[in-house]
Write a protein that binds this ligand. Structure first.
Ligand code: GDP
Length: 432
C-alpha cells in the first residue's frame, strides 16, 4: 500500500495533525526502550483507501542538531514514501530550517504537499500566502486541533498517491456482489426465483465464509454471484405501510455493499422520481449500474417504443447505463442479465494506461480546446487515472475548467474507452 511520510520540525503541530489523520485524540506515546523513535509507521484509512503513514522524526534534537535531524527525515521520506507531507507552522511562517528542508524536498521526484498548521480560522489564512516562497506549491491551511481543513488536505494527499484499488469495495475478493433493487412489486423476488430456479443451484451461505446471512450466493450463467441483502426481498420488508423509510435505507445499504446494482423498472409503468433517485444513488456511490426493464411481456409494441424514448429522456444524466429488457415471469431474456453485469463490472474495473489517456487528451484538446476564462486559455497539462472501481481521472491544468467542458471530456472519454455501465469521475487539479 502507498506510503505517506510526514516531515516537519518539532512543535509545528505535526503530531496533532498525525493524530487527526489517524482519527485519534491523544498524542501517541510509543515506548520502545532503547530505540530511537525516528520512524513510526501507522496504518491509515481515508475515503475508502488504506495507506501507511510514516511519522518521521519523533525525537527532539537540540537547536544545533535540528538542521541535520530534519534533513535526515527528509532523506528518509524521499527514499521510502510515495507522497511527502511537509508540515510548517502557519502562525510562525517559514523558518530557516523549513527553507532548508523545502530545498531538499524540491529535489524529490515524489509529490510534496505543504501543510500550514495552527490555522484555526479563516483570519489566519491570509498569512500563509508567504509560504508559496518555499517553492512547494500551494500551502494548505489546517487546524490539527479543530480538524479544520484536514479533510481537504487528505483528499489532496490521496489524489497524489499512486493508484491502488479502493479497499472498501475490493477487500473481499470472491464472488462479485450484486444489489437487486427496485420499487415494491417490480418483480425482484420473481427475478431472484427465476435466476435460482430449477437448473440453477443456490449455494447457501456456509459458516466460515464472509457471506452475511442476508446475502445469498447464486449461480448465474456458470458463475457464482453474491446477491446482497436478499432477506429484504424474501420477507418483503418495506411493503408494509410505514416502512418505506427503512426500505430506502436498506436499498442504500445494499447499493453500497454491492459492486454492481441491478435496478429493476416496470416497463408497463411510467418511470418514477424514485427510480431516478435510486439511479443517482448508485452513481454517487460510484458503483456499476444495470437497468433491467421488467414485465416486458406485458407491454405492446407501441408502449415499447414509448418506453425507450421515455427512458432516454429520463436518463440524460446516465447515458452510460447497461440496459436489458426482461420478463422475470416468463424468463424471457433473463440470460442477458449476467453478460450486462459482467460488462458493467469490467468497465468499472477498467484502468486506462497513462500513455493512451494522454494521447487521447492531446487529440481532444487540440480539436476542441477548453473555453477561455477571464481572458486566459486554461491549459490541460496531463491526465492520470488515479483509481478504478469506478474509474477516476485527474486532470492537471493551468486554470479552471468549466463544468460544461468537463462533461464534454467525459463524453469524449466514453467514446474512446469502453466505460458503459460505470460512472466515471473526473477531478481537476489546477497547478500554478
Ligand atoms: P418485488 O416486490 O419486487 O419482489 O416483486 P414480485 O417479484 O413479488 O412481483 C410482483 C408481481 O409482479 C407479482 O405478481 C409477479 O408475478 C409480477 N411480475 C414480476 N415480474 C413480472 C414479469 O416480468 N411479467 C409479468 N407479467 N409480471 C411480473
Amino acid at each position: 500500500q502507498p506510503v505517506l511520510a510526514v516531515v516537519g520540525r518539532p512543535n509545528v503541530g505535526k503530531s496533532t495533525l498525525v493524530n487527526r489523520i489517524l482519527g485519534r485524540r491523544e498524542a501517541v506515546v510509543q515506548d520502545v526502550s532503547g530505540v530511537t523513535r525516528d520512524r513510526v509507521a501507522y496504518d491509515a484509512f481515508w475515503n475508502g483507501r488504506r495507506f501507511t503513514l510514516l511519522d518521521t522524526g519523533g525525537w527532539e534534537p537540540d537547536a544545533k542538531g535540528m538542521q541535520a535531524a530534519i534533513s535526515a527525515q527528509a532523506e528518509i521520506a524521499m527514499q521510502t514514501a510515495d507522497v511527502i507531507l511537509l508540515v510548517v507552522d502557519g502562525q510562525v511562517g517559514a523558518t530557516a530550517v523549513d527553507q532548508a528542508v523545502a530545498r531538499t524536498l524540491r529535489r524529490s521526484d515524489r509529490p510534496v504537499i505543504l501543510a500550514a498548521t495552527k490555522i484555526d480560522d479563516s483570519r489566519g489564512e491570509g498569512e500563509i500566502a508567504a509560504l508559496w516562497r518555499l517553492g512547494l506549491g500551494e500551502p494548505h491551511p489546517v487546524s490539527g486541533l479543530h480538524g479544520r481543513g484536514s479533510g481537504d488536505l487528505l483528499d489532496i494527499v490521496l489524489d497524489a498517491m499512486p493508484e491502488s484499488p479502493r479497499d472498501d469495495v475490493d477487500i473481499e475478493g470472491g464472488p462479485r456482489r450484486v444489489a437487486l433493487v427496485g420499487k415494491p412489486n417490480v418483480g425482484k423476488s420473481s427475478l431472484l426465483n427465476q435466476l435460482t430456479g430449477e437448473n440453477r443451484s443456490v449455494v447457501d451461505a456456509t459458516a466460515g465464509t464472509t457471506t452475511d446471512p442476508v446475502d445469498s450466493l447464486v449461480e448465474i450463467d456458470g458463475e457464482t454471484w453474491k446477491i446482497v441483502d436478499t432477506a429484504g426481498l424474501r420477507r418483503k420488508v418495506g411493503q408494509a405501510s410505514g416502512t418505506e423509510y427503512y426500505a430506502s435505507l436498506r436499498t442504500k445499504a445494499a447499493i453500497e455493499a454491492a459492486e454492481v446494482t441491478v435496478l429493476l423498472l416496470d416497463a408497463s409503468q411510467p418511470i418514477s422520481e424514485q427510480d431516478l433517485r435510486v439511479a443517482s444513488q448508485v452513481a454517487e456511490a460510484g458503483r456499476a449500474l444495470v437497468l433491467a426493464m421488467n414485465k416486458w411481456d406485458l407491454v405492446d409494441e407501441d408502449r415499447r417504443h414509448a418506453m425507450v424514448r421515455e427512458l432516454e429522456r429520463a436518463l440524460v444524466r446516465f447515458p452510460w447505463v447497461e440496459r436489458v429488457n426482461i420478463s422475470a415471469r416468463t424468463g424471457r431474456a433473463v440470460q442477458k442479465l449476467a453478460p450486462a453485469m459482467r460488462t458493467a463490472l469490467e468497465n468499472w474495473d477498467r484502468r486506462v494506461p497513462t500513455g493512451q489517456l494522454n494521447q487521447w487528451l492531446a487529440d481532444v484538446v487540440a480539436a476542441t480546446p477548453p473555453p477561455v476564462r477571464g481572458g486566459k486559455q486554461p491549459k490541460i497539462l496531463y491526465a492520470t487515472q488515479a483509481q478504478n472501481r469506478p474509474p477516476t481521472f485527474v486532470l492537471f491544468t493551468s486554470g479552471f475548467l468549466e463544468a460544461g467542458y468537463r462533461r464534454f471530456l467525459e463524453r469524449k472519454l466514453r467514446e474512446t474507452f469502453p466505460l458503459t455501465g460505470t460512472p466515471v469521475q473526473i477531478n481537476v487539479r489546477v497547478r500554478e
